[in-house]
Design a binder for this molecule. Structure first.
Ligand SMILES: CC(=O)SCCNC(=O)CCNC(=O)[C@H](O)C(C)(C)COP(=O)(O)OP(=O)(O)OC[C@H]1O[C@@H](n2cnc3c(N)ncnc32)[C@H](O)[C@@H]1OP(=O)(O)O
Ligand SMILES: O=C(O)CCC(=O)C(=O)O
Length: 536
C-alpha cells in the first residue's frame, strides 16, 4: 500500500475553485514516483531519421492567435505579464498580433520586442509589403508572413492568383531581407546574421492544391526563408493527412517547417504530434488553446503529450511546474475557467475514484497514470465519497486523519459510507464525518473500558516503577481521548469524552502526587541511611 499523506483534505484538487471541488469528496495522496517509463514505454514514439519529437520548438501564439479568441482583450500590462510568463516557462518564440491592427498593437509589439526576453519575438502579418514594413519598424526578431492559398481564400479573402501570391511573397521576402542588413545575395541564409527570421506560411494549406502549394514553398525556400508554415485553418485535417502533407513537404524544402492546427474537430494535439513525427520542427500553441473559434493546439495539452513522448527533452527544456500559473494567468485575463477536463490542470486530471483504481494507485500510481503530477508540481487525489469507493481508499483516508483502525473496522465503515452514498452524493466532509463518528464510538468504548480499569486498579498496590508505567499509560489514554475530542460528532459524545478526560486527568494528578510522595520517601530513607553510615 502506498504511503498516504497526513495533510488535511478540503475536497479541492489541484487548487481549483470552480464550483465543483467542494462536492467532489476527494482526498490527496502523497506524491509517489511514477515507475520509470523511459526504457520500455510503448508511448514514446519510434525515433526515425525524419522525426523531430525529441527536438521540437514551440511558437507560442497566445498573444496573436489567442487575441483572436472572442473573449480576449489584453491591455499592454497584461500582454507584458503573459509574455514574461511564457518566457519563464521556456517557449522558444512568442508570436504577437499584426502591428497594423491598431496603434496599441504596434506599441505593444515594440514594448515586448524591447523587453530582452530569452524567447524570440515574432509578429504575424499578411504577406504584404505595408505589413512587412510595419513589422520591421516594431523591432521584432522575426516576421511570420501568411497568405491564404486555398481556392476559398483566394476567391473570398484576398482575391489573388497563385502567380500573384508567389510574386508578392518573393518581393516581401526580398524586402525583409534588405531591411535587415547587407545582402550577400549568393547565400540568403547568411543574412540571418542580423538575427531576423522570416517565415512564410499558407493559410488553409489542406484545402490548397498540392502541386501549387509545393511549388510556392519551393520558391520561398529558395528565397531564403527560415521556415515555411502549414496551417489547418479550419481544423479539418486528420493525423494521417498531416503526416502525408508534412512528409511530402519535408522532401521539397530545406528550411524548417512550422505547423498550426485548429481544433474544430478535436485533432489539434494529435496533429501537432504527427507533424513532428513527419518532420515538422516547430509547433504553434496558445495557452488553454484559445484562438479563433474554439482555438488551436493548447500549450498545456501539447506539453502533456510531449512529456510522454519525449520526457527528457520536454522536462529539461520547459519549466513544466509553471504551467498551472501560466494557465491561470491567461484564464483570468480572458475571464474563463480552466475546463474541468483540461489536460494536466483540469481539477480532476489526477483524481481517481473507482475502488479498483484507487487501490492500485495507492500501491503504484503508474497503474492508472501516464503522467506523474509531480512533474507539473501538482498532486494526485483519491475520491472516497461515493458508492464505488473501496475499503483500501477509505483506509488511506483514515490514515491521513490519524484514525487507527483494523482492516475489519475499515470494511465496516466503508459499508456505512456506501449506504449513505446510495442515498445522495457525498462530499469529503460527509465521509470524514462517518469515519470520525465510527472512530469515536470505537474509541469511546475502549476509553470507558480503560477508565474502569484504571479506576479499579487504584494507586495503593504500586511500586514506583509500576506507578511510572501507570502514569505513562494514563497520559497515552488522555491523548487518545483528546484525538476523539478534536473530532466529536455530537455534543453528547463531546461531553462524554470530556468527562473521561477529566476522570483520567484526576487519576493522573493523584498518581503524580503519589509518585512525588514516593520520591520524597525514597530520598528521606536514603538520607537516613547515609546519616547512619556517617555515625558509624
Ligand atoms: C487564419 C488567420 O488567423 S490569419 C491572421 C488573422 N489575423 C488578423 O486578421 C489580424 C487582425 N486583423 C486586423 O487587424 C485587420 O483585419 C487588418 C489590420 C489586418 C486589416 O484590416 P482592414 O484593412 O480593415 O481589412 P479587413 O480586415 O476588413 O479585410 C482584410 C483585408 O486584408 C486582405 N488580406 C487578407 N489576407 C491577406 C494576405 N495574406 N495578404 C494580403 N492581403 C490580405 C483582404 O483582401 C482584405 O483587404 P481589402 O481591404 O482589400 O478588402
Ligand atoms: O500563420 C499561420 O501559419 C497560421 C495562420 C492561422 O492562424 C491559420 O491559418 O489558422
Amino acid at each position: 500500500m502506498g504511503e498516504s499523506c497526513n495533510g488535511h483534505s478540503n475536497g479541492h484538487s489541484n487548487g481549483h475553485s470552480n464550483g465543483y471541488s467542494n462536492g467532489t469528496g476527494v482526498t490527496h495522496v502523497a506524491a509517489h514516483p511514477v515507475q520509470d517509463q523511459s526504457a520500455a514505454s510503448p508511448y514514446q514514439s519510434v525515433q526515425d531519421y525524419i522525426s523531430n519529437v525529441r527536438r521540437y520548438k514551440i511558437i507560442e501564439s497566445t498573444l496573436r492567435e489567442g487575441e483572436q479568441f472572442v473573449g480576449a482583450f489584453f491591455n499592454t500590462e497584461t500582454k507584458i505579464k503573459i509574455a514574461r510568463a511564457l518566457d519563464s516557462f521556456g517557449v522558444d518564440y512568442i508570436e504577437l498580433t499584426n502591428p497594423c491592427s491598431s496603434p496599441a498593437s504596434f506599441e505593444d509589439c515594440k514594448a515586448i520586442a524591447s523587453l530582452g526576453l530569452k524567447a524570440k519575438i515574432l509578429t504575424h502579418v499578411r504577406c504584404h509589403m505595408d505589413d512587412a514594413k510595419r513589422a520591421v519598424e516594431a523591432g521584432v526578431d522575426g516576421v511570420d508572413l501568411v497568405i491564404g492559398t486555398s481556392s476559398f481564400l483566394r476567391q473570398y479573402s484576398h482575391g489573388k492568383s497563385m502567380e500573384m501570391i508567389t510574386k508578392t511573397a518573393l518581393e516581401v521576402i526580398a524586402y525583409l531581407r534588405r531591411s535587415v542588413g547587407p545582402q550577400p545575395i549568393h547565400d540568403w541564409r547568411q543574412i540571418n546574421c542580423q538575427n531576423v527570421e522570416v517565415r512564410f506560411s499558407s493559410e488553409d494549406s489542406f484545402r490548397s492544391d498540392l502541386v501549387d502549394l509545393l511549388a510556392l514553398y519551393k520558391a520561398v525556400d529558395n528565397a531564403g526563408v527560415d521556415r515555411v508554415g502549414i496551417a489547418d485553418t479550419v481544423g479539418g485535417a486528420t493525423p494521417r493527412m498531416v503526416y502525408d502533407l508534412v512528409r511530402t513537404l519535408r522532401g521539397v524544402v530545406k528550411c524548417d517547417i512550422e505547423c498550426h492546427f485548429h481544433n474544430d474537430t478535436g485533432c489539434a494535439v494529435a496533429n501537432s504530434h504527427t507533424a513532428l513525427e513527419a518532420g515538422s520542427t516547430h509547433i504553434d500553441t496558445s495557452v488553454l488553446g484559445i484562438g479563433e473559434r474554439n482555438g488551436i493546439t493548447s500549450l498545456g495539452a501539447f506539453v502533456a503529450r510531449m512529456v510522454v513522448t519525449a520526457p527528457e527533452y520536454t522536462q529539461s527544456k520547459y519549466n513544466l511546474t509553471e504551467l498551472k500559473a501560466l494557465e491561470t494567468l491567461v484564464a483570468e485575463a480572458v475571464e474563463i475557467n480552466i475546463p474541468f477536463n483540461n489536460c494536466v490542470t483540469g481539477f480532476c486530471a489526477f483524481t481517481h475514484k473507482a475502488g479498483i483504481h484507487a487501490k492500485a494507485i495507492l500501491a503504484n500510481p503508474s497503474t492508472y497514470e501516464i503522467i506523474d503530477p509531480k512533474i507539473f508540481g501538482l498532486t494526485r487525489y483519491i475520491s472516497i465519497a461515493s458508492r464505488i469507493t473501496g475499503w483500501n481508499a477509505v483506509k488511506s483516508r483514515a490514515d491521513q486523519l490519524g484514525l487507527t483502525m483494523t482492516d475489519d473496522e475499515v470494511k465496516e465503515v466503508t459499508a456505512k459510507i456506501k449506504q449513505m452514498a446510495d442515498i445522495r452524493p457525498l462530499a469529503i466532509d460527509d465521509t470524514d464525518s462517518i469515519l470520525r463518528s465510527f472512530y469515536i464510538k470505537k474509541s469511546y468504548r475502549t476509553m470507558t473500558h480503560e477508565y474502569g480499569r484504571f479506576y479499579h486498579q487504584g494507586l495503593w498496590l504500586c511500586t514506583r516503577s509500576e506507578l511510572s508505567e501507570f502514569i505513562e499509560e494514563l497520559e497515552e489514554a488522555i491523548s487518545r481521548a483528546r484525538t476523539g475530542l478534536e473530532q466529536p460528532t455530537s455534543t453528547k459524545e463531546w461531553e462524554d469524552i470530556m468527562a473521561i478526560i477529566e476522570g483520567l486527568d484526576d487519576l493522573r494528578c493523584k498518581a503524580l502526587r503519589e509518585e512525588g510522595k514516593m520520591i520524597q520517601r525514597e530520598e528521606r530513607e536514603e538520607r537516613l541511611k547515609r546519616e547512619k553510615r556517617g555515625k558509624r
